[in-house]
Design a protein around this ligand. Structure first.
Ligand code: AMP
Length: 414
């Protein structure tokens, strides 16, 4: 039989890969709690229309990257490429779009992208949505949280870029002016930018093409189209948080999703390589309305977990581990009873029961190769005397016989 491999860009994670995952996830949950944000879990699959209407059918994500298929009922469904659309769909469905909520989620997202370091087809995001609050305080709160995350996870060489896209009308006005400026340069554009010129001109500001970047130097600037209050918001955010993290106002920052208006931001670190953004987000005041809900101002962020974990220097505490070794002649049931009592007494220790039928000597040899600090040995002699041998695996000579009660007390203090 031929073997079946995993899908490209969808890696498996083993415990060595995962060693930094739970400390980072736990720290993020703590920060969300500190900001009084509540958890929400939505399905990883939704109707395709939800993403077409929210993320936008001019975006790369919906155009080229979405995993869509028809179910047995011939309805088009898609794996979620991002978390916000599902959250807003749920809020509208539960009729919560007229109240304020602060929500966070964590889970896998799916995009058919060209895999490379830091870019996968299944990846994980933690996201926060602050719903029902107009531009102003919620924007400050979210930027404050980003600074907390960068500092709590000890991210080095991080920079937070912020920009303001204006409201729906000024975004449209600016698009028009940009297209007018760019049309004479059409023959200098690559295929991608030409397509953007027709569908979503703002995204040309994102271009990686050096020639285009040169042309854009004299293009109309977004900050001339947005209001004074929008420019003031950017400068006061920068002023307020500049002692917590590096914040840069970047008028060329536009984000790949169509639904953004107002403040947009992206955190990146030079430690990441080519795919250097680890947090992205912004305000999306018109999304709820587009999805059939009431007007609901909103702002949110998404953290790329693979990327933030790869540059965070917080790691797991050293694992406490004991190997339990028993003779296999006739005492296995007792071994399982004692092991159960030990695990109940201290769940912070990992008790690795050797489940093989090999000799005690062979089991000890194996235990010595692990990172366990102790081996607990229950041989035939110990069973008849109701004792357990506690052997240090760090210091060869140390070996003590203990009663089961003494052993439990010892285990509690490991
Ligand atoms: P976005 O939803 O595109 O704003 O992305 C938010 C964050 O998710 C980015 O800053 C990345 O850290 C992460 N991210 C987006 N796409 C991928 C991907 N294909 N693989 C890994 N991380 C990703």
């Amino acid at each position: 039989m031929t073997k079946i491999n995993s899908l490209r860009g969808m890696p498996d994670f083993y415990s060595d890969d995962l060693i930094s995952w739970s400390p980072v996830e736990n720290k993020l949950e703590k920060i969300f709690k500190a900001y009084s944000i509540n958890e929400i879990r939505t399905p990883i699959m939704e109707y395709t229309d939800l993403f077409k209407r929210s993320v936008g059918d001019t975006s790369d994500i919906v155009n080229k990257e979405i995993y869509s298929f028809n179910d047995r009922n011939d309805q088009s469904l898609s794996l979620r490429p991002e978390g916000t659309a599902g959250v807003i769909r749920s809020i509208i469905e539960k009729k919560l779009d007229q109240q304020q909520s602060k929500l966070w989620y964590m889970g896998p997202m799916f995009r058919y992208e060209r895999p490379q370091k830091g870019r996968y087809r299944q990846f994980h995001q933690a996201g926060v949505e602050i719903l029902g609050y107009p531009e102003g305080q919620a924007d400050f709160e979210l930027i404050s949280m980003i600074c907390s995350i960068i500092n709590a996870l000890n991210i080095k060489n991080a920079k937070l870029k912020i920009n303001h896209l204006g409201d729906k009308d000024s975004k449209k006005e600016f698009s028009k002016a940009l297209v007018k400026y760019l049309i004479p340069y059409k023959d200098k554009m690559d295929e991608k930018d030409l397509e953007r010129l027709g569908k979503n001109p703002l995204r040309i500001l994102d271009t990686k093409d050096l020639g285009m970047q040169e042309i854009l130097k004299d293009a109309p600037s977004l900050n001339n189209f947005i209001s004074d209050s929008a420019n003031l918001l950017l400068s006061s955010i920068q002023k307020t948080f500049s002692d917590l993290c590096i914040i840069e106002i970047d008028n060329t920052l536009v984000r790949g999703l169509d639904y953004y208006t107002g403040l947009v931001f992206e955190a990146s670190s030079s430690d990441l390589g080519a795919q250097d953004a680890f947090i992205g987000g912004g305000r999306y005041d018109n999304l709820a309305n587009t999805l059939g809900g009431k007007d609901m101002p909103a702002i949110g962020l998404a953290i790329g977990l693979e990327r933030i974990i790869s540059i965070s220097s917080i790691t797991k505490n050293i694992e406490k581990k004991v190997v339990f070794i028993s003779s296999t002649s006739n005492i296995a049931p007792l071994a399982f009873k004692i092991a159960n009592q030990l695990r109940t007494a201290n769940s912070d220790v990992s008790l690795d029961m050797d489940l093989t039928d090999s000799s005690i000597k062979a089991k000890l040899r194996r235990a010595n190769k692990t990172n366990a600090t102790h081996a607990f040995i229950l041989g035939d002699e110990e069973i008849s005397s109701n004792m357990i041998i506690v052997k240090s695996l760090r210091d060869d000579d140390e070996q003590v016989s203990m009663s089961i009660e003494e052993c439990i007390a010892f285990y509690k203090k490991i």
